[in-house]
Design a protein around this ligand. Structure first.
Ligand SMILES: [Zn+2]
Length: 152
């Protein structure tokens, strides 16, 4: 029930994302449903993203993720899903809050995009995942070298 409420709360943004995604599909874009989100990429979606002033490779709008291509969605999907969680918290206020946050950090001499608290949360999660992947990878190498079970 709570999840349903989050989806409804974020739905004005999702509807905007679906509209953009469908327009992108008319111009050759593709769509799939994955892990609670509709993902649109390629065709008019890619063109639209590349036409924006900051030329993002992907962007979340509610439970919709737009990307330039499928591989990019694969790569940045976890980052965009942090933004989806933010949409679930902020609902229709997410886009104004994101814009205000960018303006606020920029006024303080920081970077409007990278120092925006919403991006800081998403990038911190990217770093946590990268660090975890490194630990898992080194652990697997360790398991090959040392046959004895490791504790920790
Ligand atoms: Zn981001």
């Amino acid at each position: 029930m709570f999840k349903f409420c989050q989806v409804v709360w974020a739905s004005p943004n999702s509807l905007l994302g679906i509209l953009i995604g469908l327009l992108g599909m008319v111009a050759g874009g593709r769509m799939r449903y994955r892990a609670g989100c509709l993902e649109f990429w390629g065709g008019g979606v890619a063109w639209g993203l590349r036409s924006l002033p900051i030329r993002p490779v992907a962007m979340a709008l509610g439970h919709v993720i737009l990307g330039v291509d499928s591989a990019t969605l694969e790569r940045v999907g976890p980052h965009e899903r942090i933004h989806v969680r933010q949409y679930e918290r902020w609902g229709p206020f997410f886009i104004p809050a994101y814009g205000l946050a960018s303006w606020w950090v920029w006024q303080r001499g920081l970077r409007a995009y990278r120092d925006n608290p919403f991006e800081v949360e998403a990038y911190n999660d990217d770093e946590r995942r990268a660090a975890l992947a490194e630990v898992v990878a080194s652990d697997q190498v360790g398991d090959v070298r040392h046959k004895s079970p490791r504790v920790g």
